[in-house]
Design a protein around this ligand. Structure first.
Ligand code: FAD
Ligand code: DHB
Length: 392
């Protein structure tokens, strides 16, 4: 099989890249390890920065998002049994959109299929070959046949546990990593959200987040131990803990059947460089953020946009410079998001073994955030993200 761009992974990074390349007239093939049902059913992130929502809309795949997603102009912060609202719309003129990652993925898979370039699913044996010669090669089984895929470029969009990062030469890339001494337990609740906006709750027993997927489905997270066993969290315990942390003053919380229980570990990770020869990494394959600031999906999209533009410059006018600058261009937004995610993670979570001094310092930072307009504006800019630029 011969293709200009071979894209490994049909997550947000791979699918956005394929979609934008198609709009620029560049053909590609997406190779995904899992089956379509699995990919479309995987519950993960749900907060789209304004730039991500604009990008999807401007590139023609935002119709359902505009109908079913919810635009949020602010959120609520609870600590010390107080409630504070921050309006990002007022502070920096920007909003976020709540729309599940798997819905974004569904919309993009439909667009690929309608364009006559559906992803290959169930490709679970990809092995990278040459990445520095005249063409890149990879081997896998397609439609039951052992196949050699030859491409001008390979885009590694296969997430943190994928295979493409191993294509970087041993010893050369530098990896930066931080693991946090806690995790998030996440559930979906078949109940209307408590209010119209997200609630971030900082409590001595741990952080809690009340998010949502629709007017009838809530998404809830609890800070738990890093090695937490889900079996120790029957639904009644989850409900009681949510109530304690989210509603210290007896605020309302609707209850419904819980599903999709999962534990998400918390880590920051970046590999530099994000490219080698004809291989370019995008999204979680190159970096991970702790989920606190909801940046993972948005970063994956930001990388895909940079890579799509660089490839379009190469195919359109033979300009190799944007491809050569790919790592440098991406790392600028990657490290901004890493820093904000690390900062917010520190602010919102009592660390195990934290002393009374540190707890007071965190509270002082929270107080500053809700009393200083300058601090709140800075926060709002980071939270809603930067513009991605127009596609068309
Ligand atoms: P992925 O979405 O991981 O996509 C990679 C794709 O590659 C997958 O479809 C995978 O099946 C495929 N693949 C893997 N290996 C191979 C292979 N060898 N060959 C072919 N295909 C392969 N972010 C937030 O902002 N908020 C959240 O609440 C949040 N919750 C999360 C919960 C969980 C459990 C996880 C794992 C992540 C969460 N994230 C969250 C992070 C966010 O979902 C990711 O940052 C985002 O999915 C990154 O997109 P991606 O396209 O880079 O990678
Ligand atoms: C969601 C996750 C986050 O980490 C966040 O800050 C906001 C929303 C979510 O999954 O809905």
């Amino acid at each position: 099989l011969r293709t200009p761009v071979a894209i490994v992974g049909a997550g947000p990074a791979g699918l956005v890249l394929a979609h934008l390349l198609h709009l620029d007239g560049v053909r590609s093939v997406v190779l995904e390890r899992r089956d379509r049902r699995y990919v479309e059913g995987r519950v993960r992130a749900g907060l789209l920065e304004q730039g991500t929502a604009d990008l999807l809309r401007d590139s023609g795949v935002g119709g359902r998002m505009d109908r079913e997603g919810q635009v949020h102009e602010g959120f609520e912060l609870r600590f010390d049994a107080e409630r504070h609202r921050l309006s990002t719309a007022e502070l920096c003129g920007r909003t976020v959109t709540m729309y599940g990652q798997q819905e974004v993925v569904k919309d993009l898979i439909r667009a690929r299929t309608e364009a006559g370039e559906p992803p290959y699913f169930g490709v679970d044996d990809i092995a990278l070959g040459d990445l520095t010669g005249d063409t890149a090669t990879l081997r896998c089984t397609l439609d039951g046949e052992p196949t050699v895929v030859r491409a001008d470029f390979v885009a590694g969009c296969d997430g943190f546990h994928g295979v493409t990062r191993r294509g970087l030469p041993a010893g050369r890339p530098v990896q930066y990593e931080r693991t946090y001494p806690f995790a998030w337990l996440g559930v979906l609740s078949a109940a209307p959200p408590a209010g119209e906006e997200l609630i971030y709750a900082v409590h001595d027993r741990g952080f809690a987040l009340h998010s949502m997927r629709s007017p009838t489905v809530s998404r809830l997270y609890l800070q738990v131990a890093p090695d937490e066993d889900l079996a120790r969290w029957p639904d009644d315990r989850i409900r009681a803990e949510l109530r304690t942390r989210l509603c210290p003053a007896g605020e309302p919380l609707h209850e419904g059947p819980l599903s999709r229980h999962g534990i998400t570990s918390m880590r920051g990770f970046v590999v530099e460089p994000m490219q080698y020869g004809r291989l370019f990494l995008a999204g979680d394959a190159a970096h991970i953020v702790p989920p606190t600031a909801a940046k993972g999906l948005n970063l994956a999209v930001a990388d895909a946009v940079v890579l799509a533009r660089a490839l379009a410059a190469w195919y359109g006018r033979g300009d190799r410079e944007p491809l050569d600058a790919y790592t440098r261009t991406c790392l600028a937004h990657v490290w901004q998001a890493q820093e904000f995610s690390a900062w917010l993670t520190r602010l919102f979570h009592p660390h195990p073994g934290e002393d009374a001094m540190e707890a007071r310092l965190r509270r002082a930072r929270l107080r500053h955030l809700v009393t200083s307009r300058a601090a709140a504006t800075d926060f709002a800019e980071h939270y809603t993200g930067r513009a991605r630029g127009r596609v068309t």
